[in-house]
Design a protein around this ligand. Structure first.
Ligand code: 9D3
Length: 248
């Protein structure tokens, strides 16, 4: 997959793209991340990318022309019909279903804004989708763009190892994770749950499913409500709620 990121801070984006799963995917040729800087597409000698808002008020607005030129330059480096996605607080809140849809694309153009926002006509002319990370205020779109890239790259074939990939399908889909423990067995009087030391793999698997379901139900009822629980999941959730009275 080829990702073009339109950003005034290309070094910020490049640095994030060097590390971890995203960095490894790049080194292995499964991903390429390229940045286009609107400042390099500003027509004036001062390389102006922002201007004062019509109607007045605080802050600056990103100008149409440098962004339009940048997006066209990005599109010229990609196959036809790759979506242009603008990271924006006004967008649809990003989720795993969107990550899956993007992971099936040959390329993406991600537009990361700065200042108070982008001239609305740029969004009308070039942007296919606006995507938000949620209801909090960031200082710009770069971190959101890299969060999106991270979530998408993990879904590309061959990026994760077998162990990590196995976690993505099946029973745990759409649920929060179960609790995890490692050595030592005792910390300040708190024992690791006995079942995890039992060596009984079937019992361990059932316990993990039950904890994942129960914790999701208690912390994120909205996620459980969207699932069609299997018979087994219903039984495990009932069991969890009987073992944790008052938690619902
Ligand atoms: C304090 C400025 N706000 C005035 C009402 C508007 C505003 C403008 C620009 C708020 C945030 C930003 C920059 N944010 C993003 O580019 C952004 C973002 C976010 O802030 N939250 C969640 N997801 C995203 S995606 C891009």
């Amino acid at each position: 997959m080829q990702v073009q990121i339109v950003s005034l801070f290309p070094e910020m984006v490049r640095t994030v793209a060097e590390y971890g799963v995203v960095g490894r995917a790049s080194k292995r040729g499964l991903l390429s991340v390229n940045c286009v800087n609107p400042r390099d597409h500003a027509p004036d000698a001062h390389r102006t990318v922002d201007d004062r808002p019509y109607g007045g008020g605080p802050g600056m607005v990103m100008k149409y022309a440098p962004l339009a030129e940048s997006i066209q330059a990005a599109q010229a480096l990609l196959p036809e019909n790759c979506p242009v996605i603008c990271l924006s607080p006004q967008g649809k809140v990003f989720d795993q279903a969107m990550a899956k849809r993007y992971a099936a694309m040959p390329g993406l153009v991600l537009v990361a804004g700065r200042y108070e926002g982008i001239d609305e006509r740029l969004i009308e002319s070039y942007v296919d989708e606006e995507v938000s990370l949620g209801d909090f205020v960031l200082s710009g779109g770069e971190i959101a763009a890299m969060a999106l890239v991270d979530a998408v790259v993990r879904l590309l074939p061959g990026v994760l190892g077998d162990a990590e990939s196995a976690q993505q399908d099946s029973f745990m889909e759409g649920l929060l994770d179960c609790p995890h423990y490692t050595r030592p067995e005792l910390i300040d009087g708190r024992q690791v749950p006995e079942v995890l030391l039992s060596g009984d793999h079937a019992r361990i698997a059932a316990w993990r499913k039950k904890e994942a379901l129960g914790r999701t139900y208690v912390r994120r009822r909205d996620l459980v409500d969207r699932l069609n629980l299997s018979e087994e999941q219903r039984r495990l959730l009932d069991e969890y709620l009987r073992e944790h009275p008052g938690s619902d």
